[in-house]
Design a protein around this ligand. Sequence first.
Ligand SMILES: NC(=O)c1ccc[n+]([C@@H]2O[C@H](COP(=O)([O-])OP(=O)(O)OC[C@H]3O[C@@H](n4cnc5c(N)ncnc54)[C@H](OP(=O)(O)O)[C@@H]3O)[C@@H](O)[C@H]2O)c1
Length: 313
Amino acid sequence: MRAMAMTDYERGISLHELPKPEPAPNELLVRVRASSVNRIDVLVAGGALKGMLGYEFPVVPGRDFAGTVDGVDSDVSRFRVGDEVFGWLNKPTLHDGAWAEYATVPEDGFVARKPDGLDFTEAAALPLAGVTALVAVDEVDPQAGDTVLVVGADGGVGSYAVQLAAGRGATVLATAKPGDEPRLRALGAAETIDYTQQDVADAVRERHRNGISALIDVVDEAEGFARLVELVREGGRAASSMQAVPADPLGGVAATNVVASADVSVMARLAELAAKGDVRPAIDVVLTLDETPAAIERFAAGKRGKIVISIAG
Ligand SMILES: NC(=O)c1ccc[n+]([C@@H]2O[C@H](COP(=O)([O-])OP(=O)(O)OC[C@H]3O[C@@H](n4cnc5c(N)ncnc54)[C@H](OP(=O)(O)O)[C@@H]3O)[C@@H](O)[C@H]2O)c1
């Protein structure tokens, strides 16, 4: 099969012909029709996670997948050959990812039937970022009348967090790159803050003198996060996808570190929300498998929403 793979830590990814993976007990073999680029894939492909995650060369990066079930282990009961599925791979080591024509996934992993209304490229834009956003929004539990600040709203997780928080009736304040305001308003943001021109905390303080109800931050590390938590009223909530929440309490705000891999059932909920149109794929561009190196460059240069990798049959 064709795969974008790395054979050492230094040289990055290139196109390789690799053996098709075999489904292990309880696994599906998926003919991958599309994947996407998440920050973790960029870090994997650059060798930056050496010593933190186990690289088993050749390493095929890529977490998200959308495709068709091409084979099943005899233990699999919930899926059949021909089913259209989407999800993300959460494997213990880095070896057989989704930037390839085939990938394997446990049937009790992050996999669900692809909603009929989405094509493969749309479905591949959702899984890891969508699950992370859904976990973050659940953590801050916004209600009608609440004001939620989403920091990193123009990226993958943020684009979905904006939609999900707005869908629950909250007034969403979204950080934005110049030119991204119309897109974020269409996703449900009531206000945007150009973080390249303004200090986000100062802008929020100016506009919301009584503070905000909640914070979802997918950008800042501990210090920046703590500074933004000061905007949240006593009794409010905050969530970080950057493990920025310290062990000690942050004043009267309930703050949580989001872990996308904590609960596989969130994938089925994401599929339901996508089927109802309550969360829509946020796509910057669709590139081909051969163009994955360019996709990584574009990711680093700054994109809006998700970069999708289409894998032709
Ligand atoms: N904890 C978990 O389980 C989990 C799961 C998924 C993701 N994550 C992490 O969560 C983070 C976000 O993921 P993602 O997929 O959404 O990444 P992403 O697509 O790169 O989104 C981050 C967005 O924030 C923007 N940004 C950069 N600096 C900013 C600033 N100072 N203020 C406001 N926005 C800023 C980025 O713009 P540019 O593109 O122009 O830089 C980008 O649009 C990543 O670090 C990822 O590793 C954690």
